[in-house]
Design a protein around this ligand. Structure first.
Ligand code: 6PG
Length: 469
């Protein structure tokens, strides 16, 4: 058994087990490791042939079973556990071996681990894996960052197991250090924004249009056949059709409206603030999860304030407008995420190719969508495109749908239906496309109270005024 298995995986939870079985389905041999004997037994049982897939609770047996350079993927919860697993494996490894962290680790943790392991001759990759448990089994989108040379050893396995878009693998080498984790973090920020948008469009269709769950299901299902085709629209349609096992109702009506979060959306927002890149649709998606958590306070506040009853609308017109508005806002969500990636690439030296990133998001990952084919083309046409809204191929798409976004946002504001993702997307669009903004007044105020100076529209230089004198 020694030194024969092609691939090692630590962490045999659902994601890990599914990933390793996917590796084996693609003709590689693999060996798993987990402290939990039941998980080890479950994998051996499911794998069938131990010459193809085997596992052990013992780290030494695990490491010795792998061919060199060893390719060991960790699918364990982000944080201290990653460090503990690395510490455990390190004395058993040889120079040139490769550790791949497949979890949602914070990018600075990845930089720290990469530098530490490089010193010891070990290659470390942060590789975001998207697609959930099903994706891990059938083909995820994989976002690896680390040493380009070492990636060559991992490449055949990752390309084989990843999702395919018209035959093209949804994985590519993204860049050095934490590039992979960073890209996955922003992927999740966009994911948060798209989830928020699909949920608030559901809300307005229900509250203003009076659509039943069945009609909502049909609406999302039909959208998924058109330009809104995406994993998140597809699963929203399925969620809206799900019957409840415990009552006679629909499951969606029984789910508590408090959304949890593990932190990747918040990290995206926080880091965008640090970089000085506006991502307001992502920011508000994080804030909405926070507001949702305040359930008890919301219930009390609801009793204190009146809310207008929604004015009647033509259901079919509303559905048409909602489709356009959602398409508009999806574009804005990607726009903000891609803008953040472009800036982070310069700031952190990732040398990201945005066209390649959009390309590997076209299948397998949670934010996969028909739109990503267009985004890929836009960045292929102009590698240095600073913002998707500046792409000639997006002007028509945005121009023809923004009016519907305005209509819905104003209806929501008048009728007390919160559409924060949509309104933030619209505000972002209106601000980004305004030649002149009122920030001249802010500069005047800053100079007035703090002598912070200002620039002028008509001549170069820095100016200060003794205001009121
Ligand atoms: C993916 C998902 C995955 C995970 C999210 C959930 O791409 O497969 O993003 O990584 O489901 O991290 O995040 P929250 O629990 O924060 O919603």
């Amino acid at each position: 058994m020694a030194n024969t298995y092609d691939f090692g995986l630590v962490g045999l939870g659902v994601m890990g087990r599914n990933f390793i079985l996917n590796v084996v389905d693609n003709g590689f041999t693999a060996f798993g490791n987990d402290l939990d004997g039941e998980k080890v037994a479950a994998l051996i049982n499911e794998g069938g042939d131990t010459e193809k897939v085997n596992a052990s609770t013992d780290a030494k047996t695990f490491v010795e079973a792998l061919s060199t350079p060893r390719k060991i993927m960790l699918l364990v919860p982000a944080g201290k556990i990653v460090d503990a697993v690395i510490k455990n494996l390190l004395p058993l490894l040889d120079e040139g071996d490769i550790i791949i962290d497949g979890g949602n680790s914070f990018y600075t943790d990845t930089d720290r681990r990469e530098a530490y392991l490089k010193d010891k001759g070990i290659n470390f990759f942060g590789a975001g894996v998207s697609g959930g448990a099903k994706g891990a089994r059938r083909g995820p989108s994989i976002m690896p960052g680390g040493s380009r040379e070492a990636y060559q050893h991992v490449k055949p396995i990752f390309e084989a197991v990843s999702a395919k878009y018209h035959g093209e693998p949804c994985v590519t080498y993204l860049g050095p250090k934490s590039a992979g984790n960073y890209v996955k973090m922003v992927h999740n920020g966009i994911e948060y924004a798209m989830m928020q948008l699909t949920s608030e469009i559901y809300d307005i269709l229900k509250k203003a249009g009076g659509l039943s769950n069945q009609e909502l299901h049909q609406t999302y299902a039909s959208w998924n056949e058109g330009r809104l085709q995406s994993f998140l629209v597809e699963i929203t349609a399925a969620i809206l059709a799900q019957k409840d096992d415990l009552t006679d109702g629909d499951l969606v009506d029984m789910i508590l409206d408090k959304a949890k979060q593990k932190g990747t959306g918040k990290w995206t927002s926080q880091n965008a603030m640090d970089l000085g890149i506006p991502v307001p649709t992502i920011d508000i998606a994080v804030s909405m999860r926070e507001i949702s958590a305040l359930k008890e306070e919301r219930v009390k506040a609801d009793e204190l304030y009146d809310r207008p009853s929604p004015e009647p609308v033509d259901k079919n017109v509303l559905i048409k407008d909602a489709e356009q508005a959602l398409y508009f806002a999806f574009i804005i969500a990607y726009t903000q995420g891609m803008h953040q990636l472009a800036d982070a690439s310069k700031e952190y030296g990732y040398e990201l190719d945005l066209g390649e990133i959009a390309k590997i998001w076209r299948a397998g990952c949670i934010i996969r969508a028909a739109l990503l084919a267009d985004i890929t083309e836009a960045f292929q046409a102009d590698k240095d495109l600073p913002n998707l809204l500046l792409s000639p191929s997006f002007v028509g798409k945005v121009q023809s749908t923004v009016a519907a976004a305005r209509k819905l946002v104003s209806y929501g504001a008048t009728n007390g239906i919160p559409l924060p993702g949509l309104s933030n997307s619209l505000t972002y669009f209106d601000a980004y496309t305004s030649e002149r903004l009122p920030l001249n007044v802010i500069q005047g105020q800053r100079d007035y109270f703090g002598s912070h100076t200002y620039e002028r529209t008509d001549r170069e230089g820095i100016f200060h005024t003794e205001w009121g004198s």
